[in-house]
Design a binder for this molecule. Structure first.
Ligand code: ZN
Length: 200
């Protein structure tokens, strides 16, 4: 019998549309790790101020403490050797530098759990998410419920003043009432099809 060497870590990605329960699933995984006596730490992109800045908060108001950061290097700086499980929420907002940081963590035996939107409101792959999904050991793709017809929803519909946003609408429209809905492929509406090469 051989002695098991120090093994490498694993990368898990939880993705889906808005309202699909990504943060809820990330919180569940991190709580399970804690029960298993594994030291955990959570981060979230500091753009997200939908609720308390120092927590990952799900739409069900389940929450877990998290460090709000913008630069992926801060993950390495805040890490201590005893931490085994690292959760990162709203990963779509980070630069592609996140990919190298995550791979370094996995190489060093950490279990990294990423949660984020795989598509933006234009249905274009979002930031570092498609690459992280390709590199992951395991991908969980969650669906929401289409607000129009009740089918499985994989798209995030952006509405500006109650109407579907246009593909080239600026991300912040001054004076506009903006909201998002989960919708299925049939009910999702955009004035132009996404050309996926443009996102690279
Ligand atoms: Zn629908």
């Amino acid at each position: 019998m051989t002695i098991k060497k120090q093994s490498k870590g694993t990368l898990e990605v939880i993705c889906g549309s808005m309202f699909s329960g990504k943060s809820e699933e990330l919180i569940r995984q991190l709580k399970r790790s804690k029960i298993a006596q594994k030291e955990t730490i959570a981060f979230k992109h500091s753009l997200d101020n939908r609720a308390a800045i120092e927590y990952v908060v799900s739409h069900n108001d389940n929450r877990i403490p998290a460090f709000p950061i913008q630069d992926p290097q801060e993950i390495l700086q805040l890490l201590t050797p005893d931490i085994k499980v690292i959760g990162i929420d709203e990963a779509q907002f980070f630069s592609h530098e996140l990919i190298d940081v995550v791979l370094e963590l996995v190489e060093n035996g950490k279990h990294v759990i990423i949660a984020g939107l795989n598509l933006d409101f234009r249905a274009v792959p979002f930031g570092p998410m498609p690459t992280l999904m390709a590199l992951a050991d395991n991908v969980t793709k969650l669906s929401a419920v289409c607000i129009v017809c009740g089918d499985e929803a994989y798209f995030s519909q952006r509405l500006v003043n109650g109407k579907p946003a246009k593909y080239n609408d600026p991300l912040i429209k001054v004076g506009a009432q903006e909201s998002y809905q989960a919708r299925c492929r049939d009910c999702y509406s955009i004035d132009k099809k996404s050309v996926w090469q443009s996102s690279l």
